[in-house]
Ligand binder design. Structure first.
Ligand code: PLP
Length: 437
């Protein structure tokens, strides 16, 4: 019989076979336990095995598991849109299956907005270097992630236009606040060069995730970005796929700075991993010309607004709400940051601890023979040997030479579980130090 092959991230590598998960812990078939310090891919915001969520999927499946969006609406999708409106202020939701699709949809709606307004020359999209918006061609065109871009250079667009707000390695060699937010001001310069009449939108992640390791901008950065976009009549798209749904201690990360984007993308924590779903959230300002025009958003997928995924997401958001989980994120964050500060004192190769809420990054200065990427890989794989899951991130101003990991445990982790993360991370870093001679 011919072999079947499941393509895995690194073909040929060994991946433990998962057996089950409970709360913040995962168990493989050999019985090994892993503490999930990064919620998989910053996704399982409520941990594993939450019965209410699983039951909501079963209940919906017993009614109807699939309907096509051009033929029927369905209650969980309608209720989810209403819930998101209440939590975020965005009256319009477009459901898709992944963060990449949510970003693609955001970009398409931005372009369509200007077309329907009779301003089709506003068609360029700007983004930042050291960013990740997704793996599909449109989202990758926006992504300033050199390693993920290079193989597809021939077909993707060159949209990264400005430098990231990366204070510890300021691309302009300046220091905040005397820098005058040179990184935000660069947007103004680029807009004047290209012409606002040619630009539809600017897209950014509130906190830089996979491409940076929770790089967090100074407090007035997004106010300035929003002001520049508004003054130039350019839509601001916030990619909250990683930061949204409570991860940083507010429902949307931009809430931290009192800023609202015109369009936002959420995913990952939306269903906390219980079923694939993501959403593009849209303001009235953006939708109005479409409603007064064709009344058709030119996008959509077979599984958009899937009843099972919508039911899962609704159950997740209701739990987060009823258990007041977001309210507890800040105190958990402080607790974890204090534990990480002890590690920074102990290990000289920790450069910086940063982030907001339970989206925290540790940037390393690679030691021994390792370069940025290989140092990150060895921290992550040594973590697995020590029973802790860590999320690898690129870092360094070129997105190649630096090394960082993300810590993003489930939002309902207990203090005891955060201590367990600290202990296993400490033994991981001890092993790294010992092996680097
Ligand atoms: N946007 C951001 C900020 C992300 O972190 C990711 C994934 O890591 C994506 C978009 C893409 O999401 P997905 O992997 O669900 O397509």
């Amino acid at each position: 019989m011919p072999h079947s092959h499941l393509i895995k991230p690194l073909i040929g590598d060994h991946y433990p076979m998962i057996d089950f998960g409970k709360g913040i812990y995962l168990y493989d078939k050999s019985g090994r336990e892993y503490v999930d310090a990064c919620s998989g891919a910053v996704t399982t915001n409520l941990g594993h095995g939450m019965e209410e969520i699983i039951q909501s999927i079963v209940d919906q499946g017993n009614k109807v598991a699939f309907v096509y969006r051009s033929q029927f609406s369905n209650q969980p999708a309608e209720d989810l849109a209403a819930f998101l409106h209440e939590k975020t202020g965005y009256p319009w939701s477009f459901f898709v299956n992944s963060g990449s699709e949510a970003v693609e949809t955001a970009i398409k709606i931005a372009l369509q907005h200007w077309q329907e307004k009779g301003m089709p020359s506003k068609r360029r999209v700007l983004s930042r270097w050291l960013s990740y918006h997704g793996i599909t061609f449109g989202a990758l065109s926006a992504s300033g992630h050199p390693v993920r871009r290079e193989r597809f250079d021939s077909v993707i667009g060159d949209w990264p236009a400005i430098e990231p707000p990366y204070c510890s390695r300021c691309p302009f060699g300046k220091t905040y606040p005397s820098c005058g937010l040179a990184c935000a001001e660069q947007l103004e310069i680029i807009i004047s060069r290209i012409g606002a009449d040619n630009i539809a939108a600017f897209i950014a992640e509130p906190i830089i995730g996979a491409a940076g390791g929770a790089i967090t901008p100074p407090k007035d950065y997004y106010l300035r970005i929003k002001e520049i976009c508004e003054r130039n009549d350019i839509l601001f798209i916030s990619d909250e796929v990683m930061t949204g749904c409570g991860r940083t201690g507010t429902f949307m990360a931009l809430d931290q700075w009192g800023v609202e984007a015109d369009i936002a993308a959420v995913g990952k924590g939306l269903s906390a991993g219980y079923s694939p779903i993501a959403a593009t959230l849209i303001s009235d300002r953006v939708m109005d010309p479409i409603l007064n025009g064709t009344r058709v958003v030119m996008s959509g997928h077979t599984f958009s607004g899937n009843p099972l995924s919508s039911a899962a997401a609704l159950a997740v958001l209701k739990l987060i709400d009823s258990e007041k989980i977001i309210d507890s994120v800040d105190s958990k964050s402080t607790y974890l940051i204090n534990l990480l500060a002890k590690l920074k004192n102990e290990f000289s190769f920790i450069e910086e601890i940063r982030g907001k809420g339970l989206l925290l990054g540790i940037e390393f200065e690679p030691i021994g023979e390792a370069n940025g990427g290989s140092f990150t890989s060895s921290v992550v794989s040594t973590g697995v040997e020590n029973g802790i899951l860590l999320y690898p991130a690129a870092a360094g101003i070129d997105g190649r030479k630096g090394s960082a990991i993300i810590l993003a445990p489930p939002l309902n982790s207990s203090k005891r579980e955060l201590e367990e993360i600290y202990k296993r991370l400490r033994s991981t870093l001890q092993t790294i130090e010992k092996n680097s001679g």
